[in-house]
Design a binder for this molecule. Structure first.
Ligand SMILES: C[S@@+](CC[C@H](N)C(=O)[O-])C[C@H]1O[C@@H](n2cnc3c(N)ncnc32)[C@H](O)[C@@H]1O
Length: 274
């Protein structure tokens, strides 16, 4: 591809492709204990309920960590990602574990999946890196069945309160004395260049994400910040400075529903009432 046609999305795809090999080595990506696994199951249960007989779409499925959780809750899972090396790993893991999960390459902002196809959509750590979340949310609204639910798990790493800033400074100070983290695959320069170009370049505040979901037609929007069980379980495998840094972040889940009945007023722009 010529440099002229190169977009921020190509940069994002390359960035994650280069991280696929080591992605599962990080706490916060792969799950390293039954306590953390149980905490994720509880989060899914309280927002999406049981998966028995229901279809889930795991958007930006990466190496399939969330897909596996959804399968364990009984969902039949489709994972979609645009980084081929991530998909390869997810497929191999699902096959080795005999999971009810299939994977496809696609863009989470324009999935090209059929209308009204899924009972639920779950996506972790995607929204902060979307150039056009408005387009993405309109597409997710379209592929959900009436009454279907979306569950977004993400974080605002730039929380601005005094406490958060203090914790970040303490974490940065302690990091100086910690052994260098073995995080191959992280290209800081590319990461920062991408961050400058995405919609939430100043941080993905939960309230801003919720407002965009409402504008796309979603209702019953709930922001859940009960992340202590997941954070504590992950913290057991993290150095102190990383635990403190994490505590400075605003980690959240947002649940939202597509209305059961689309009245003319509830139909988002570009769609038609059934
Ligand atoms: C931080 S990883 C999260 C992976 C997985 N959701 C998890 O939580 O383990 C981000 C993933 O989003 C994917 N991604 C980013 N933008 C995307 C897009 N527009 N369409 C599809 N996948 C995307 C990347 O390829 C990468 O696999």
């Amino acid at each position: 591809m010529s440099q002229q046609n190169w977009t921020v999305k190509d940069d994002i795809r390359e960035y994650w492709s280069s991280r696929a090999e080591t992605f599962d080595l990080s706490v916060g990506h792969e799950i390293f204990g039954d306590d953390e696994r149980g905490a994720w199951h509880a989060l899914i249960e309280r927002h999406l309920g049981s998966g028995i007989g229901r279809k889930a779409l795991d958007l930006a499925s990466g190496t399939g960590v969330i897909s596996r959780l959804l399968c364990e809750k009984g969902f039949s899972v489709t994972g979609l990602d645009f980084a081929e090396p991530m998909l390869e790993r997810a497929k191999a893991k699902a096959k080795a574990r005999g999971l009810d999960a299939r994977y496809m390459e696609g863009d989470a902002e324009d999935t090209r999946l059929p209308d009204d196809a899924f009972d639920v959509i779950m996506t972790r750590h995607l929204v902060w890196t979307l150039p056009n979340p408005q387009a993405a949310f309109a597409d997710w609204f379209r592929v959900l069945k009436p009454g279907g639910r979306v569950l977004i798990v993400d974080a605002d790493m730039t929380a601005r309160g005094f406490g958060a800033r203090l914790l970040r400074r303490i974490a940065a100070f302690l990091k100086r004395f910690a052994p260098p983290a073995a995080m191959p695959g992280i290209d800081r320069e590319r990461h920062n260049r991408i961050l400058e170009q995405v919609h939430f370049s100043k941080g993905a505040r939960a309230e801003d994400v919720a407002a965009l979901l409402a504008a796309a037609g979603f209702e019953n929007i709930v922001i859940d910040r009960v992340f202590a069980p997941i954070r504590k379980a992950q913290g057991r495998h993290m150095p102190l400075h990383q635990r403190i840094d994490r505590a400075s972040q605003d980690r959240y889940a947002i649940q939202a529903s597509k209305p059961e009945n689309l009245t003319a007023e509830a139909v988002p722009p570009g769609r038609h009432a059934a």
